[in-house]
Design a protein around this ligand. Structure first.
Ligand SMILES: Cc1cc2nc3c(=O)[nH]c(=O)nc-3n(C[C@H](O)[C@H](O)[C@H](O)COP(=O)(O)O)c2cc1C
Length: 319
């Protein structure tokens, strides 16, 4: 996820049991390759395997070249983005806009698969417009091109993030093609994960927004799938320690200025719903350096502990 799944966050998700974590999307536009943003996104230094780099664009030759570049850069899997609904991406006929042109989709898939000798995966949606879902044809073409796995968000571009994900079509895709299907969309609890897995027959699940501020969701889901039992949510001390550890990785990765700013949204996600978190977040946003930021976070958690906020209360609030 752009702006979220940077290397520090992917590392944390993998630590908590995610089997696979894909980079933020990276444009296939060569002229932007050395931009600060691209360099951060393409940083896989020391990352736990498998390293998966997502590329976005609309030109088969550029995308093939971007795939080769990412493999040279350390990617062990290349993922093609045909799901992004953002205007600035779709206006360039990239992301989910590609679903309007199946011939172009086919040329991109062929070009990228042939360009690299690592697995190429595809991330997409059900279609561009509601009523015109073409995912079955796209999935069959992806299989024919040699795509290794298909991650499917159960919405169209028209849906953006509205309504709820539709798993019926994910199931149909799973029943139609032979390649592994990764079901995605609105999976936010171990029970939902199990339900989606059972209902769609998918080979794997992809979790996006529910992992924001809650990277231990992978541990909880894995436990539930294995045992059928809920695993206790982390207690307040573990939440504090995970967050402070995450902050220190962000500071090291992005440096003083950007580290402090990028950390803010993560702090907000981790503390959402906790007692007194609204005024805490407002004051936290005023802090302009990493040392003070880590200190206000630690102080906030100390306060929660001092107030005797019960662990089960936190668990309820976090779940
Ligand atoms: C802030 C944000 C950024 C995203 N960036 C990407 C991206 O770069 N590449 C991608 O394939 N999907 C991206 N997505 C879509 C997610 O991968 C996922 O398909 C979507 O959020 C639905 O899954 P969820 O309900 O588990 O969040 C993004 C979603 C959000 C909310």
């Amino acid at each position: 996820m752009a702006g979220v799944t940077d290397r520090p966050f992917r590392t944390l998700c993998k630590y908590f049991g995610a089997g696979h974590a894909v980079s933020e999307m990276m444009t296939s536009d060569k002229t932007l390759r050395m931009s600060k943003k691209s360099l951060y996104r393409a940083n896989f230094d020391g990352e736990l395997a498998p390293i998966s780099a997502q590329i976005a664009g609309s030109d088969p030759i550029d995308l093939a070249e971007a795939a080769r570049y990412q493999v040279e850069n350390g990617a062990q899997i290349v993922d093609i983005n045909m799901g992004c609904p953002a205007k600035k991406v779709c206006n360039k006929l990239a992301g989910s806009a590609l679903l309007q042109d199946e011939d172009l989709v086919a040329r991109i898939l062929d070009a990228v698969v042939q360009a690299v000798d690592v697995p190429v995966t595809l991330k997409t949606r059900l279609g561009f417009l509601n009523g015109k879902e073409n995912i079955l044809r796209v999935a069959l073409r992806a299989e024919q091109a040699g795509i290794s796995a298909l991650a499917l968000h159960g919405r169209t571009r028209e849906d953006m993030y509205l309504n709820t994900a539709r798993y019926g079509l994910i199931k149909e895709v799973k029943d139609t093609v032979g390649i592994p299907i990764i079901a995605n969309g609105d999976i936010d609890s171990p029970k939902k994960a199990k339900w989606v897995l059972d209902y769609t027959g998918a080979d794997a699940l992809m979790i996006g927004r529910a992992a924001q501020g809650r990277p231990w969701i992978f541990r909880e889901i894995a436990h539930y799938l294995k045992t059928g039992q809920d695993r206790a949510a982390p207690d307040i001390i573990e939440v504090r320690d995970v967050l402070l550890g995450h902050l220190s990785e962000l500071y090291e990765f992005y440096g003083e200025y950007s580290g402090c700013r990028i950390a803010r949204k993560h702090i907000s996600w981790y503390t959402k719903g906790l007692r007194g978190s609204n005024p805490f977040r407002q004051s936290m946003y005023q802090v302009e350096n990493t040392a003070d930021q880590a200190k206000v976070v630690a102080d906030y958690f100390t306060q929660l502990l001092d107030f005797g906020v019960r662990i089960d209360e936190i668990q309820t609030e976090l779940s």
